[in-house]
Design a protein around this ligand. Structure first.
Ligand code: FES
Length: 169
């Protein structure tokens, strides 16, 4: 039985070589693009979004505004965002941390912002009002209570996270 010799022709050799080198180069170019496209998915989720915003010793029964900054990541863009909360201790010395964003059209509310309603939150845009606990006063423009911040007290400090609607809190 004659032994058949397996030989690679010059054409086949060139085809294999060019395919291999071309594939290698394509993979080198595509890998960073794929990585760039799915990078936000690979990032750790924002469970560590709680920020220390005040010492517990600073809190009183009177709402005070506290501001802090967070790094916000929107897909590939990172920016610094200032957040605010109205914080006080209720009658049981429980922390109440309210979002300052009016539920009507998003203006910023203030505590005792109206001389006529010194014990309420007041929105200067359209006269929206909220009771101290953040519930909207009936017959004023807002139709929902202020959002409340996720909160945590650790080592004498108040940590706040995201503001969420009351049903989710
Ligand atoms: S935005 Fe606050 S009352 Fe309209």
């Amino acid at each position: 039985m004659a032994e058949k010799k397996q030989q690679v022709s010059r054409r086949q050799f060139l085809n294999y070589t060019l395919t291999g080198v071309g594939g290698f180069m394509a993979a080198g170019m595509l890998a960073p693009m794929v990585r760039f496209a799915i990078d936000p998915v690979l990032q750790a989720s924002g469970s560590s979004d709680m920020k220390a915003v005040a010492d517990m010793s600073e809190l009183t029964n009177e709402p005070q505004r506290f501001d802090w900054t967070i790094e916000q990541v929107d897909a590939w863009y990172t920016s610094e965002v200032t957040k605010s909360a109205w914080v006080y201790l209720d009658e049981n010395d429980e922390v109440v941390a309210l979002s300052p964003v009016c539920k009507h059209l998003g203006c910023t509310i203030n505590w005792a912002g109206s001389e006529d309603h010194p014990n309420q939150f007041f929105c200067p845009c359209h006269g929206g009002r909220y009771y101290k606990d953040g519930v909207n006063v009936p017959n004023t423009p807002p139709n929902a209570a202020l959002d409340v911040y996720q909160k945590e007290v650790r080592d004498g400090k108040l940590y706040l996270g995201n503001a969420v609607a009351r049903e989710e809190a």
